[in-house]
Design a protein around this ligand. Structure first.
Ligand code: KIV
Ligand code: ZN
Length: 513
């Protein structure tokens, strides 16, 4: 039997640390359910001690998820660890992941602690955690840039204290594959009790090598857990991307000789859900999940694929979940059909009232768009979760006028709490006019740092436009996503969604702060 490679997904923790990617409790829960359908082994649900919101999200995920292990991050101190344990109480299988920096640079400049103090804190924290949970992961933050003798001393001790997984982060994405792989192998060879723990890799993509480094950690170093995120979401250039690791190991089983438990047909739905929820668009040429990943444009390739698909295809699109882009519902579909499709997509609502509200939106959309796809439903439900949790600002109506040679005008009617506002503005285009109209009443002073439009389903001008708006204000960055067949309306919704996030308080302590 081949060894198993454990897939540890950290989309909801490290991925969420990406500026603008913070998610609400319900959004995280929905993604966690999709990760469970994907059959990842471990879901790092958040960092329970970082904020009340994250505590609640970890708790909700721990209570809902049955198949995957649910994990919370915790700094190496008793308070964080106890908070993680508290959030995980309801989990079928739980893990506490505790970390402290071990590189000279981080210990001296960030922690202002001596190596001996860090050693002692790591030892005591793992001992404390082990009394609360049987499954403990320890990470020496900035491990790859740490002194190897010191690292061996720390890791040997935390294994002796009961750490069951040792994760070696390349926190700043500095590693190169051969060196990172050898680094893991050296640690495993030099630490006498290294066989008592599972070794894990955690790479950042600053030099574009996170996936290659992780695979070298597996192949050369003997690691048996990879930490990764959907779409490679994460701070700066992101984390190791889950879909690339899974498909590399599955497609090149001849080379890696490892089993992965992931159901690859759930990869594309997971990718779409994460992208729609966070507003982080997937680049078209992204491996596995990019819109062009299986598109053969050149005549020679198309001809080859038609004759024998393995001439130019090493994976089958349907094996990673492409092709689910089918019409699922239309304007004649009833509430039961809608409810059943929600269930098939793994979307759960807390009450019948919420299903009714989502169904009303669906009917409204179906009146304007004859074919409703899964992606449309996901976008619609995404809007719905914003409604439930944070919707202080709500779009009521929008009208705009644009004509060649004339300056466009927009009138936007929206609610701010209980108060209804009607705002007018002109602008360079109808989108500009609409956002300026909203801003004239809200006066957020936020800087618009990103605006992007995508068609939710490809191939037709009937598709809904999905707009992402990123706002920056007072050191915070938030993304708002809005979908509508009318992209001006989608833009206003996205702008209000971003304002709602600024209005709510989703701040938390950063893991690498
Ligand atoms: O990159 C990193 O060092 C981390 C740790 C907190 C595991 O994310
Ligand atoms: Zn990280």
């Amino acid at each position: 039997m081949a060894d198993k490679l454990i897939i540890f997904d950290t989309t909801l923790r490290d991925g969420e640390q990406s500026p603008g990617a913070s998610m609400t409790r319900d959004e995280k829960l929905r993604i966690a359910r999709q990760l469970e359908r994907l059959k990842v082994d471990v879901i790092e649900a958040g960092f329970a001690a970082s904020s009340n919101g994250d505590f609640e999200a970890v708790k909700a995920i721990a209570n809902a998820i049955k198949e995957s292990t649910v994990c919370s991050l915790a700094r190496a101190n008793d308070r964080d660890i106890a908070r993680a344990a508290e959030a995980l109480v309801g989990a079928q299988r739980s893990r506490i992941h505790t970390f402290i920096a071990t590189s000279a640079l981080h210990m001296e400049k960030k922690l202002r602690m001596t190596p001996d103090e860090v050693f002692e804190q790591a030892r005591l924290s793992v001992r404390f955690a082990r009394n609360l949970c049987g499954d403990i992961e320890f990470s020496p933050e900035d491990g790859y840039r740490s002194d190897v003798d010191f690292l061996c001393r720390v890791l040997e001790t935390v294994i002796a204290e009961g750490a069951t997984t040792i994760n070696v982060p390349d926190t700043v994405g500095y590693a190169v594959p051969e060196l990172y792989g050898s680094f893991i192998r050296t640690l495993r060879e030099r630490i006498p009790n290294s066989d008592k723990a599972i070794w894990s890799v955690h790479c950042h993509n600053d030099l574009g090598m996170a996936v290659a480094n992780s695979l070298a950690g597996v192949k050369i170093g003997g690691a048996r857990q990879v930490e990764c995120t959907i779409n490679g979401l994460g701070e700066r250039a992101g984390n190791t991307s889950l879909e690339e690791i899974v498909m590399a190991v599955k497609t090149r089983r001849d080379y890696y000789g490892l089993e992965v438990g992931v159901d690859a047909t759930q990869i594309v739905p997971a990718s779409r859900m994460v992208s729609q929820t966070t507003g982080f668009v997937v680049q078209p040429n992204k491996a596995v999940v990019g819109a062009n990943a299986f598109a053969h444009a050149s005549g020679i390739h198309q001809d080859g694929v038609l004759k024998a698909r393995d001439t130019y295809e090493i994976m089958r699109a349907e094996d990673v979940g492409w092709g689910s882009n089918k019409i699922v519902l239309g304007k004649l579909s009833g509430r039961n059909a809608f409810k059943q499709r929600l269930q098939e997509l793994g979307i759960q609502f807390d009450s019948e009232g919420e299903i009714n509200a989502a169904f009303a939106r669906f009917k409204d959309l179906a009146d304007r768009k004859s074919e409703i796809f899964d992606e449309d439903i996901l976008a619609l439900v995404g809007d719905e979760s914003v409604t439930r949790e944070h919707e202080f600002y709500r779009l009521l109506s929008l009208s705009q006028h644009s004509e060649t040679g004339e300056r466009p005008q927009a009138t936007v009617v929206f609610a701010a709490g209980e108060v209804e506002h009607s705002a007018e503005s002109d602008g360079n285009g109808p989108v500009d006019a609409s956002l300026k109209a909203i801003e004239s009443k809200v006066g957020s002073d936020a800087e618009l740092v990103l605006y992007s439009v995508n068609a939710i389903t490809s191939g037709s001008t009937e598709s809904q436009g999905e707009v992402t708006v990123r706002l920056q204000h007072g050191g915070r960055v938030v993304n708002g996503v809005g979908a509508d067949p009318d992209i001006v309306v989608a833009s206003a919704k996205a702008y209000l969604a971003a304002l709602n996030k600024l209005h709510s308080n989703l701040d938390r302590v950063a893991a690498q702060g």
